[in-house]
Design a protein around this ligand. Structure first.
Ligand SMILES: Nc1nc2c(c(=O)[nH]1)N(C=O)[C@@H](CNc1ccc(C(=O)N[C@@H](CCC(=O)O)C(=O)O)cc1)CN2
Ligand SMILES: Nc1ncnc2c1ncn2[C@@H]1O[C@H](COP(=O)(O)OP(=O)(O)OP(=O)(O)O)[C@@H](O)[C@H]1O
Length: 200
C-alpha cells in the first residue's frame, strides 16, 4: 500500500530486496566491497574506522574489518546509547570479542561506558544505508541514529573528521532521493560494483 512518506515505500522495497539475497550472493558482495574500498586512499590513510555488523540483508563489511585488522587499524562498531536512546557511540572491536544483541537484535560489543568514543574521534565512518543517490544522499532504517550522531558535521568544513562513506549493494542506488534538512551528506558510497564519489 502506498503511504504518505515517500521514503517509507522505497525503504520497504529495498529492504525486501536485500533480505532476499542468498548467503552465497552476500559473501561475493562482501568480498567485492572490500576490494573496492581498499583501493581508496581514504581507507588506506584512516587509522580509526567504524563499520557495523550486518542486519536485515545489509552488505557485510566483514572482509573490510579483517583487512583493517591486518593493516593494524583500529576498528569500531556502533553501540546504542543507554541514556539517550537515539544516539550512537562507538566501541573498539577485536576479533572474537563478546557481543550482545541491542534492542533491535543487532549484536553490539560489551564494553564499559568509559571505553565508548564519539563519532568525532574517528577518521572514517562506514555506515549502512537502505537507499543512496550519486549526490551522496542516503536514507537509513528511519531511526535517525547516524544523522543525529553525525549532525555536528553539517556545521563544519569538509576537512572535519570523520569522513563518512556509505556501504551498500549496488541495487540500492536510486536516481535522486528527497533531502531532509537534517540529512548528513556522504563523501561517497562503495558498493559491490564500484565507488561513487559525491560531487557537490
Ligand atoms: N547493522 C546495523 N547496525 C546499526 C544500524 C543499522 O542500520 N544497521 N543502526 C542505524 O541506525 C543503528 C540501529 N538502528 C536500527 C534502527 C532500526 C532497525 C530495525 O530493524 N527496525 C525494525 C523495527 C525493529 C523494532 O522496533 O524492534 C523495522 O523497522 O522493521 C534496526 C536498527 C545502530 N546499529
Ligand atoms: N540532527 C537531528 N536532530 C533532530 N532530529 C533528527 C536529526 N536527524 C534526524 N532526526 C530525526 O530522526 C528521524 C528519522 O530521520 P530519517 O528518516 O532521515 O532517518 P534515516 O536517515 O533513515 O536513519 P539513520 O540515520 O538512523 O540511518 C526524523 O524524524 C528526524 O526528525
Amino acid at each position: 500500500m502506498a503511504s504518505a512518506d515517500p521514503k517509507s515505500d522505497l525503504r520497504r522495497a529495498l529492504r525486501a530486496k536485500r533480505r532476499a539475497l542468498t548467503a552465497t550472493e552476500q559473501r561475493r558482495a562482501s568480498a567485492r566491497l572490500a576490494a573496492n574500498l581498499s583501493r581508496m586512499r581514504l581507507f588506506r590513510v584512516s587509522r580509526r574506522i567504524a563499520a557495523y555488523l550486518p542486519n536485515d540483508g545489509e552488505i557485510d563489511p566483514g572482509d573490510i574489518l579483517e583487512r583493517a585488522w591486518r593493516m593494524k587499524k583500529k576498528v569500531y562498531l556502533p553501540v546504542l546509547s543507554r541514556l539517550r536512546h537515539d544516539r550512537l557511540w562507538f566501541a573498539e572491536a577485536s576479533p572474537g570479542m563478546e557481543l550482545r544483541p541491542n534492542r533491535f537484535g543487532i549484536p553490539e560489543p560489551v564494553v564499559k561506558a568509559s571505553a565508548l568514543v564519539r563519532a568525532g574521534e574517528l577518521d572514517l565512518v562506514l555506515l549502512p544505508l537502505v537507499a543512496f543517490d550519486e549526490r551522496g544522499n542516503r536514507i537509513g532504517m528511519g531511526g535517525g541514529f547516524y544523522d543525529k550522531s553525525l549532525a555536528f558535521l553539517r556545521y563544519r568544513t569538509l576537512l572535519t573528521k570523520p569522513h563518512v562513506i556509505g556501504l551498500a549493494h549496488d541495487f540500492q542506488r536510486v536516481d535522486r532521493l528527497p533531502v531532509d534538512p537534517w540529512d548528513v551528506r556522504l563523501a561517497g558510497v562503495v558498493t559491490d560494483e564500484g565507488v561513487y564519489t559525491a560531487r557537490s
